[in-house]
Ligand binder design. Structure first.
Ligand code: NAD
Length: 312
């Protein structure tokens, strides 16, 4: 396992990170025992960064992750979030951020988290994130409840603006660097590099579009994007490759994000994703994938308030 430093923090994170949203049944109802096995296998195989949120499964993911980790918690970088509690329930007020961390710590069975992130900030007035949530998060850091502070979201412009005007150690960006979208590299990476802000890349499988099963029903990408994803999966199959492994390898090979977070609730997925490190690329495959992607390249769906969207 390769480990990379997260920005200017003291955290050395595994390039393959464990995304715990599937543990909260976000993609489908899971087998809880199997979810635990996946967590144990991940820790035992050197995956050291685990990302969850009170939003995933409306607290289910944190509870299940806390139970599954048990004493293994001490060896890992544990990341959770605050501010998002349901599809349309957000609260980044000072009081809620304070109570949120305590609730998360209880569910996660620990007395601190390594990374405390403001979840999906594009859904709210960014001034509240800047004036209430982030200053309180720093207060919680001084109190020892979290080691570092971050922000997360889909549009890149607001992430950069809030990181520029506020104080953050890391940014978690999702679905903006993978086989279908790569604008993270031009729109956010230079800023993060200049400021020493750690970058985490989530959803390398484009929230399941880049798997043999394809997108879940709730996926917000356009039909054209989903169809292109299905064509990529077909192409990989024809070439004797697994689309998820091709997609992951592409993200590991990008050196500017410290960790690539993949959602995993099955041990066979942990195993497959670990094997990707030794994966031999089929010659010419990436060029053929690029051709399929070209008409829909960098097409993402709107997320959050109209004023927080990236210009098209
Ligand atoms: P993803 O792109 O990682 O896809 C996850 C899906 O792919 C799951 O259904 C999983 O079962 C499946 N999968 C995993 N490995 C596979 C394999 N080898 N073969 C076939 N299928 C496989 O999407 P994600 O889970 O949304 O993103 C990863 C993590 O990043 C999340 O769990 C979460 O921790 C984090 N994240 C954070 C935000 C945010 O903060 N706003 C947004 C998205 C993701």
């Amino acid at each position: 396992m390769e480990y990379r430093k997260l920005g200017q923090t003291e955290l050395e994170v595994s390039v393959l990170g464990y995304g715990a949203s599937p543990l909260g049944n976000e993609f489908e109802e899971i087998d809880v025992r199997e979810g635990e096995r996946a967590v144990h296998m991940a820790v035992d195989c050197g995956i050291n960064v685990f990302d969850t949120s009170p939003y995933y499964g409306r607290t289910l993911s944190e509870e299940r992750l806390g139970r599954a980790l048990g004493t293994r918690r001490k060896n890992i970088v544990l990341a959770t979030k605050c501010g998002r509690y349901d599809i349309d329930k957000f609260d980044f007020s000072a009081g809620r951020v304070r109570s949120s961390v305590d609730e998360s710590l209880r569910r996660l069975r620990t007395d601190y988290v390594d990374l405390f992130q403001m979840h999906d900030i594009e859904f709210v007035d960014r001034e509240q994130v800047l004036n209430e949530a982030l200053p309180v998060a720093r207060e919680l850091q001084r109190a020892g409840k979290c080691r570092y502070v971050g922000i997360t979201g889909l549009p890149l412009g607001i992430l950069q603006d809030v990181a520029d005007r506020g104080s953050v150690d890391s940014i978690l960006s999702y679905a903006r660097y993978n086989l279908m979208v790569d604008d993270l590299d031009t729109m956010l990476r230079p800023f993060c590099q200049e400021r020493g802000i750690g970058l985490i890349n989530a959803s390398p499988l484009h929230l399941r579009i880049l798997t043999d099963r394809g997108a879940p029903d709730w996926h917000l990408a356009s039909d054209a994007v989903k169809e292109a994803g299905a064509r990529i999966a077909d192409l990989c199959r024809q070439r004797g490759a697994d689309v998820a492994q091709v997609a992951l390898k592409y993200c590991y090979d990008y050196p500017h994000t410290a960790s690539v977070l993949v959602g995993m609730s099955k041990s066979r997925h942990v195993e497959a994703n670990l094997k990707t490190f030794g994966f031999e690329e089929r010659e010419g495959l990436l060029d053929e994938i690029r051709e399929i992607v070209e008409p829909v390249r960098n097409q993402v769906w709107p997320s959050g308030l109209p004023e927080n969207q990236d210009p098209r």
